[in-house]
Design a binder for this molecule. Structure first.
Ligand code: MTE
Length: 319
């Protein structure tokens, strides 16, 4: 994000591999070496592998409350055009991300809670009611997609943790392991990746913990085994590969706030009328078709979420 403006979402659809070829290549790609592959353009990376968590729980049934008025983005796009800075600062990080092992995976829940917990993600998935939701997704870089996510409401995890009265925020953290994610050796980034929500946002029914997409477990490049999806906010809020959830009374200082404080804030709600300091947010480019369409307030979820921000008008809600 910082200082770069790539136009590689404009890749023509002719370069996107048909699904059959994609599936045939799964085994081959599983054995691929990450480095050279990562440098070679749009990649089809196995959606499934030995790292899959609770694979027998997919596909989950679709929740009809959460559908959108655009067709889903081709899976090949959503799984090969990614932001995952732990694995590189380009969009072509999918091959490198195959180094991530999503199982076994522990998630620590701590801070201002009645019950601090360490959960195995496989157990967590078996306890949660998995469902599919189709959400819009809008990156701060002005590309957008529509994804069928599988997962469960973040609220279910909050209920499990039983936050104390004093808790105001939920702070989330990605794994830290430079052996797996070589970019975590870059000292100018404040690793690990951190994001946060207010408790009111975290318990809103749209706030979702995704464990899968397109009817299968999440591939590593999309944040396996557990990532946040908050569709009314810019995509950088949707933190990947979560290992810790901390309830706190202090507003978390987030990864991108630390890196470029004048460009990225805590709230990051989508608003077409508030430009990024370096580009307009009025329009967005749809991954796959390349079509440009108007950006919508709160990414089309204003009716659902604007009530969360009443009385907070003095805050920088849209950066
Ligand atoms: N989470 C971690 N840990 N590291 C990242 O670099 N990038 C964010 C977000 N979550 C990021 C992350 C950004 S900028 C975006 S737009 C989305 O992930 C991209 O999600 P996707 O690759 O599944 O489309």
């Amino acid at each position: 994000m910082p200082g770069r403006r790539r136009r590689d979402w404009e890749l023509p659809s002719s370069q996107v591999t048909p699904k059959e070829a994609f599936l045939d290549r799964r085994r081959l790609l599983a054995a691929m070496i990450a480095g050279p592959a990562a440098a070679s353009g749009l990649l089809d990376v196995p959606a499934g592998s030995s790292q899959e968590v609770a694979a027998d729980r997919y596909p989950a049934s679709r929740n009809p409350r959460f559908v959108v008025d655009r067709p889903p983005t081709a899976r090949e796009w959503a799984t090969s055009y990614n932001n995952y800075y732990e694995f590189g600062a380009t969009k072509r990080v999918a091959a490198a991300a195959q180094a991530l092992r999503a199982s076994p995976w522990r998630v620590t829940i701590d801070g201002l809670v009645e019950r601090p917990l360490v959960l195995d993600v496989d157990d967590l998935l078996r306890r949660m009611p998995l469902e599919e939701r189709i959400y819009r997704f809008r990156c701060v870089e002005a590309w957008a997609m529509v994804v069928p996510w599988t997962g469960f409401p973040l609220r279910a995890l909050v209920d499990l943790a039983r936050p104390l009265q004093a808790a105001r925020y939920v702070r989330m953290e990605t794994f830290l392991d430079p052996e797996v994610a070589p970019n975590q050796r870059q000292p100018w980034y404040p690793w690990p990746y951190v994001e946060g929500l207010t408790l009111a946002e975290a318990t809103h029914e749209l706030a979702f913990l995704a464990t899968g997409m397109y009817g299968e477990p999440l591939p590593p490049q999309n944040g396996a085994p557990l990532r946040l999806v908050v569709p009314w906010k810019y995509g950088f809020k949707s933190i990947k590969s979560i290992v810790r959830v901390t309830f706190t009374d202090v507003r978390p200082r987030t990864f991108w706030q630390e890196v470029v404080p004048h460009e990225y804030g805590f709230w990051a709600n989508v608003n077409p009328q508030v430009p990024h300091p370096r580009w307009s947010q009025a329009e967005e480019r749809l991954l796959g078709s390349g079509e440009t369409v108007p950006t919508r307030l709160f990414n089309g979820y204003a009716e659902w979420v604007s009530g969360l921000y009443r009385g907070l008008e003095g805050e920088p809600l849209f950066m």
